[in-house]
Write a protein that binds this ligand. Structure first.
Ligand code: ATP
Length: 362
């Protein structure tokens, strides 16, 4: 059931409710067939953006182009877009297959045989064919969500908007469904725009993602890029555990590197922020910190003492107090090389320049 995906372009898109700006000057290009996520904390404008793309909400400013065509004058039901919500809102008195086929009844030019075939294909796609005759209350939450997906896909949209579709499910089921959604996306080829406040979900599933803060996109890119090179402390913090350290910015070292002073040590950090002087912040992820027993030779390193240690099976989380008193989180893999780490152990803390990122002044 491969379908084609549509492209989406948002140009200066904004939405105000009274004097509250829910979405502000949003400019995004989502490619045909992409799995694109909008992430950010509650109230940052994710749902409002989706609702404008779907046609449920009228923009206050800007334009929405679907496949290059401005859709301002196109009502919601005529847009090649379908939405899957967190609450699946299935008809309780209809069977699974009738729920899935419901929208097709209202679409002209689809005869009964065609409808049955398309419903069958959609149910196969979400692995629910054996449940076709059941009623929604005879299904698990995950199965109901899959019915909602089939119901949206059967109409062959070129864009599928997913608003926290896994939000009502328990943690274990969410993980299984993440995998299923990624596979589904690959199989159907439709553009997915996925809204979530769960950063792990977005990092795992998306081709690209946009982090939103108070109605604005603050960074957009591939998950690996945004995670490893956050531009601001907000993005770094939103996308997982990040060490934020106070530094003094020194001179440029060329090649996108800058000298910074951390306590007494002079280190190199990657800088995309252009010229900065004086006080600044660097960020480094715990898994990029390299720890060695004190005295080991290491480049771009400071000294510290292990303060806390939490064993979590495959890895150990550590808190290290640096010589100048700032705290740093580190994560080491339990491969036998770090068994001598205990609280109080003096360590050399290497902070590789490519992983130590100077943030833009905010
Ligand atoms: P959540 O993750 O909680 O769903 P969100 O990021 O999707 O949040 P939106 O639902 O887009 O955020 O809301 C953005 C802002 O706009 C919020 O401050 C919200 O209160 C406001 N807002 C949304 N819809 C309306 C409305 N119909 N009338 C007034 N204000 C609204």
């Amino acid at each position: 059931m491969a379908q084609s995906g549509g492209s989406i372009e948002l140009r200066g898109l904004g939405k105000s409710f009274g004097d509250e700006d829910a979405v502000v000057d949003m400019n995004l290009q989502i490619e045909a067939g992409e799995f694109f996520s909008l992430i950010g904390p509650s109230g940052c404008g994710k749902t409002t953006t989706l609702r404008m793309i779907a046609g449920f909400e009228e923009p206050s400013t800007g334009e929405i182009l679907l496949d290059g065509v401005d859709v301002a004058a196109v009502p919601a039901h005529k847009r090649p877009v379908n939405t899957v919500f967190q609450s699946y809102a299935l008809f309780p008195h209809l069977s699974v297959e009738d729920n899935v086929g419901y929208g097709l009844r209202w679409q002209g030019g689809v005869d009964k045989a065609d409808r049955r075939r398309r419903v069958g294909e959609a149910l196969d796609l979400v692995q629910l064919a054996p449940y076709a005759k059941r009623r929604p209350h005879q299904l698990s939450g995950g199965q109901q969500q899959r019915v909602a997906l089939a119901r949206a896909l059967v109409l062959r949209p070129t864009v599928l908007l997913l608003d926290e579709p896994l939000g009502a499910l328990d943690a274990k089921l969410r993980k299984t469904l993440r995998q299923e959604l990624t596979t589904l996306h690959r199989e159907v080829g439709v553009t997915f725009v996925f809204v979530t406040h769960d950063q792990e979900e977005a990092l795992e599933m998306s081709d690209r993602l946009a982090v939103m803060e108070q109605g604005r996109v603050v960074q957009c890119g591939a998950p690996r890029e945004v995670y490893s090179a956050p531009r601001t402390a907000y993005v770094a913090d939103f996308l997982g555990v990040a060490n934020l350290l106070d530094v003094e910015c020194l001179s440029s070292a060329g090649n996108g590197l800058r000298r910074v002073r951390l306590g007494d040590a002079e280190l190199l950090a990657t800088s995309v922020a252009g010229h900065m002087e004086g006080d600044g912040h660097v960020v480094i992820r715990p898994e990029r910190v390299r720890l060695a027993i004190s005295g080991a030779a290491a480049a771009n390193a400071v000294v510290g003492t292990i303060e806390e240690l939490v064993y979590v099976g495959a890895t150990t989380q550590l808190v290290v107090r640096l010589a100048h008193d700032q705290l740093l989180q580190a994560l080491v893999v339990n491969n036998g090389e770090h068994d001598d780490f205990v609280p109080g152990t003096p360590v050399t803390v290497a902070l590789p320049p490519e992983a130590l990122r100077l943030l833009a002044a905010s």
